[in-house]
Design a protein around this ligand. Structure first.
Ligand SMILES: NC(=O)c1ccc[n+]([C@@H]2O[C@H](COP(=O)([O-])OP(=O)(O)OC[C@H]3O[C@@H](n4cnc5c(N)ncnc54)[C@H](O)[C@@H]3O)[C@@H](O)[C@H]2O)c1
Length: 276
């Protein structure tokens, strides 16, 4: 039986890492943070601790200089670095060496099953996918086992997700893209195709989606929010998985990534953003 989760380490504090940090910290956990870029994080962590203090919430958020220091006393470590398989494996291997033996390792990957990463660690029974979506707009998380994940690890993952007020989406078996991302991917792939083939422009496609679904946001706006680098990497991982040329993301999307038109985070993607 694994110890109770009190301390959570987040490795990679970008778009998703920061949302996970905030929700976890505000739910009363102590949170350790590690990212290779730290300047802007110092201010962020101070703000988070002020917010906790004002609301009388226990636990502290701390920023660390090394990955080893951040995970050394953690009970759960959530990896949220970019969607590159080799990088995730490298990070898992480093965490495995530095974290206490009881600690659970979760990946927030948008596409890779943890079974693709688990070879990098010895504690294969203590790894799982916990895939968050935009935490405030879409409070759910896919939870999926690797090939050797124990029931205890899985239950601890489910319990943690519930404890931060997120709905767990339980997978009964492995699925590339989990539950909702598989549905979303089917939509996204053809939206990108229609745009790249010149069938319709992004505003038209977004408009059709909004009218049909009654949603306030269209697929291209969602991709801008996610980040076009992440979107491209995720599409590439589906393509590598299937080997089907029809799954290859359009070159026009790659061109945007190369120009650093990454969506909301850089002020320009499919749309332009002011006051970022
Ligand atoms: N963006 C989304 O909406 C979304 C949603 C669900 C899941 N995800 C997944 O979450 C993960 C992170 O995505 P993101 O959008 O937050 O990416 P991001 O690019 O915004 O953030 C990644 C962070 O990782 C840091 N980083 C890079 N290399 C590192 C290393 N070696 N050690 C520590 N930190 C490192 C970067 O400095 C950056 O701050 C990806 O696997 C992605 O597929 C993203």
């Amino acid at each position: 039986m694994v110890n109770k989760i009190n301390i959570v380490a987040i490795v990679g504090a970008g778009t998703m890492g920061q949302q996970i940090i905030e929700r976890t910290a505000m739910s009363g956990y102590s949170v350790r943070v590690y990212d290779t870029v730290r300047d802007f994080l110092e201010k962020y962590v101070r703000r988070m601790n002020r917010k906790k203090k004002m609301k009388g919430i226990s636990g502290e958020v701390t920023l660390h200089n090394t990955l080893g220091e951040a995970v050394k006393d953690a009970d759960l470590i959530i990896e949220a670095v970019p969607e590159k398989l080799e990088l995730k494996k490298e990070i898992f291997s480093q965490i495995d060496k530095a974290a206490p033996s009881h600690a659970i390792l979760a990946t927030n990957s948008s596409s890779f099953p943890v079974s693709r990463i688990e070879d990098a660690v010895d504690r294969k029974e203590k790894v799982l996918n916990i895939h968050f979506y935009n935490i405030y707009a879409l409070p759910m998380a896919d939870i999926m086992k690797g090939t050797e994940t124990s029931d205890d690890t899985f239950e601890k993952g489910v319990h943690f997700v519930q404890s931060i007020d997120i709905t767990p989406i339980i997978l009964k078996k492995e699925s590339f893209g989990f539950v909702f991302n598989r549905m979303w991917r089917a939509v996204k792939k053809d939206c990108l195709k229609m745009w790249a083939e010149g069938v319709a422009d992004i505003k038209t496609i977004d408009k059709a989606w909004k009218i049909f679904t009654h949603m306030g946001i269209g697929p291209f706006e969602i991709m801008d929010n996610v980040g076009l680098d992440i979107t491209y990497d995720v599409e590439m991982s589906y393509y590598k998985e299937s080997g089907d040329p029809r799954d290859k993301p359009p070159q026009a999307l790659k061109d945007m990534v190369d120009r650093e038109d990454l969506g909301r985070k850089t002020g320009k993607g499919f749309y332009k953003y002011y006051n970022n």
